[in-house]
Design a protein around this ligand. Structure first.
Ligand code: LLP
Length: 436
């Protein structure tokens, strides 16, 4: 998919670059991003809304993959940006991202984070709870500004995905309950505060979702409340934000629907309810993360040791694992992979790919059909672009891999490989022992 090809030597090529050459130059593990594919995804979102003639903001959810270069790419593609922490906001500012297109999320933003966002005049803060509302009003008044906000509501929807990435159900740590009166109280409160102005409401029902039903139902439920608020307070929203969560294909078993279809069905629903309420169709905001970058990322590993458990299983270990991709360990996520240096070689065995961490759960792929892999081979794991690097960690004090962007036969290092010096950089040695 994307610009991935197999070249004459049988090597996997991405963006016109031979991945084996990349591993020789930068080592392994290595994250490689197909920039043309990210641009295509961005364009697809833009075109879908343009075709429907709907005012929209597509905010890339930077938690999926945030680095200065990535944020610059998002800027080039004219999208908005969703950040969820001071660190993601800082990255966006370092990248020179237009502040008015930044939306700030999070269920426990600190005073410092909120003040940072207000000082930099970010476009919108998505308020999650009453505590935050009070803080935000206080900080806004201190700086004599009125902060544009969305209220995050929890519509009470069970999307069909892994429990850990479900977010729209009533029993969730996020947002004001839509069905238990919290959202009503929040709107009433907001309308009485001088430090904030209510642009509209937000919901996010979950991630890696394959059907439109949940989104359509969420829109319907939100309009139910908007009707109440119009009657009670004459409140009319400018913005309706339906979050992210559009699923992608990790393996052949996954069957997501095209982005345009999600958007079209959501808009159809929104238009019906706006007409019923006799209001203009609000601006529609969405927040795709995974569907912007997921399948644009490929991780390259060197094959190392093998272990054969007679009559049971063959393990093939690679030089990465849960450090650079925690998703299999955390969500039982499935991936597909090939030997990048001999893609067309015949399948000879079924192996399970083990990571190098001291942890039995550090298994990247179970039961993968491969040619007989040896230590001269490079394993390419596909669709690692979302929540791979962004959730990478230093467990076992293993340095995090670098990130390479490839496009039009050119490559660019956008995150350097961590070194052992980086690993101990923040460590402070014990004070000198003075006893002697
Ligand atoms: N908006 C909000 C408010 C969110 O909480 C999220 C994801 C998104 C947008 C973007 O969702 P996406 O389009 O990427 O599905 N680490 C997990 C995913 C956690 C998603 C958290 N929130 C994983 O690796 O599957």
């Amino acid at each position: 998919h994307g610009t991935s090809r197999v070249n004459k030597q049988g090597h996997l090529e991405i963006g016109g670059i031979d991945t084996i050459e990349l591993t020789k130059k930068y080592g392994t593990p290595l994250y490689v991003y197909d920039v043309a594919l990210i641009r295509e995804r961005a364009k697809n979102f833009r075109d879908t809304f343009a075709k429907l003639g709907i005012k929209a903001q597509v905010a890339y959810a930077s938690k999926a993959f945030s680095t200065v270069a990535m944020i610059q790419l998002v800027e080039e593609e004219g999208l908005s940006l969703d950040v969820v922490s001071g660190g993601e906001l800082y990255t966006a500012l370092q990248a020179g991202f237009p502040v008015e297109r930044i939306h700030f999320h999070g269920n426990n933003k600190s005073y410092e984070e909120l003040e940072m966002a207000i000082k930099h005049q970010v476009g919108c803060i998505v308020v999650d709870n009453f505590y935050e509302l009070t803080l935000l009003d206080e900080i806004s008044n201190k700086h004599q500004v009125q902060t544009p906000i969305l209220l995050r509501v929890t519509p009470g929807i069970e999307a069909h995905t892994h429990d850990y990435i479900l977010t729209g159900q009533e029993d969730s740590k996020f947002g004001f309950g839509l069905e238990n009166g919290q959202a009503d109280t929040a709107v009433e409160t907001v309308l009485s505060l001088s430090g904030v102005s209510l642009l509209g409401i937000h919901c996010h029902i979950g991630s890696q979702i394959f059907e439109t039903t949940g989104f359509v139902l969420a829109a319907k439920k939100m309009f139910g409340k908007l009707k109440d608020w119009k009657q009670a307070h004459n409140y009319i929203p400018e913005v309706l934000n339906l979050g992210g969560g559009f699923g992608i294909r990790y393996t052949k078993e996954d069957d997501p629907i095209p982005v345009a279809q999600y958007v079209e069905e959501i808009i159809r629903e929104v238009k019906i309810h706006a007409a019923e309420l006799n209001i203009d169709v609000p601006e529609i905001w969405i927040e795709p993360g995974r569907s912007m970058v997921g399948d644009a990322g490929t991780t390259l590993y060197s094959v190392g040791s093998r272990k054969e458990v007679p009559n049971i299983r063959n393990y093939v270990a690679i030089d990465g694992g849960m450090n650079d991709n925690i998703r299999p360990a955390l969500y039982q996520a499935k991936y597909e992979a090939v030997l990048a240096n001999r893609v067309y070689d015949e399948v000879e065995e079924t192996v399970s790919i083990a990571g190098k961490c001291c942890e039995s759960g550090d298994m990247l792929i179970w039961d993968l059909p491969l040619p007989k892999a040896n230590s001269a081979d490079v394993l390419a794991v596909f669709c690692t672009g979302a929540y791979g690097y962004s959730m990478a960690n230093n467990y076992n004090r293993i340095p995090r891999p670098p990130v390479i962007f490839v496009e039009n036969s050119e490559e660019q290092l956008v995150v350097k490989r961590e070194s052992y010096e980086d690993i101990v950089r923040l460590d402070v040695p014990l004070k000198a022992n003075v006893k002697k």
